[in-house]
Ligand binder design. Structure first.
Ligand code: NI
Length: 184
């Protein structure tokens, strides 16, 4: 296992389209997954996409909130290879995002409220799941990395791109935000 260097906004690997993975169970893919997990935990990230560690392949990892089991349990991990996203309905929701490749900043980003996503697990089995709210947001953020898109490119008001240390100016006092520290 190794902690990998995270590419930052401006590095070309973050703006190109990533390549599909032919064999999800290949040893080099499993090694990459192990290293990405260690890198994400080390950086306290909510998610990580392979291009963020300079590997242009279609692989993302993220924490899935346990919506079915209550908010108190720690989220479970998901590894998704060659993911596909389909919006469910047209409803959008705005919330704050951060990105390990855009350190120190937060932005207000509109995302589809509900999506269905699919892909392969490392054992080659098929994953298909519906998600909404924060879960759907994390998946959309990570999968955007595979298309060479960073969250500021999804923003509609760049006046809402702020330093994390100034973010409190933009939150309502009664607003409950899930894990505003999380970056993906
Ligand atoms: Ni990100």
């Amino acid at each position: 296992m190794a902690i990998l260097k995270i590419a930052r906004m401006g590095h070309p690997v973050l703006s190109r389209r990533a390549e599909p993975i032919a064999d999800p169970s290949a040893p080099e893919v499993l090694r990459l997954i192990e290293d990405m997990l260690e890198t994400m935990f080390d950086a306290h990230g909510a998610g990580l996409a392979a291009p963020q560690v300079h590997v242009p392949m279609r692989l993302v990892i993220f924490h899935v909130p346990r919506e079915d089991f209550g908010e108190d349990l720690p989220p479970r991990l998901r590894v998704l290879i060659n993911p596909v996203i389909e919006p469910l309905g047209s409803e959008m929701e705005e919330d704050w995002e951060g990105c390990l490749s855009v350190p120190g900043l937060r932005g207000l980003v509109p995302r589809h409220l509900r999506i269905r996503y699919s892909g392969l697990a490392p054992d080659g089995s098929r994953i298909e799941e519906e998600a909404e709210a924060f879960h759907a947001r994390v998946v959309q953020h990570e999968c955007d990395h595979l298309e060479g898109i960073l969250y500021p490119q999804r923003m509609t008001d760049l006046g809402k791109l702020v330093f994390q240390s100034e973010m409190h100016h933009h939150l309502e006092s009664d607003e409950v935000r899930r894990d505003p520290e999380a970056e993906g």
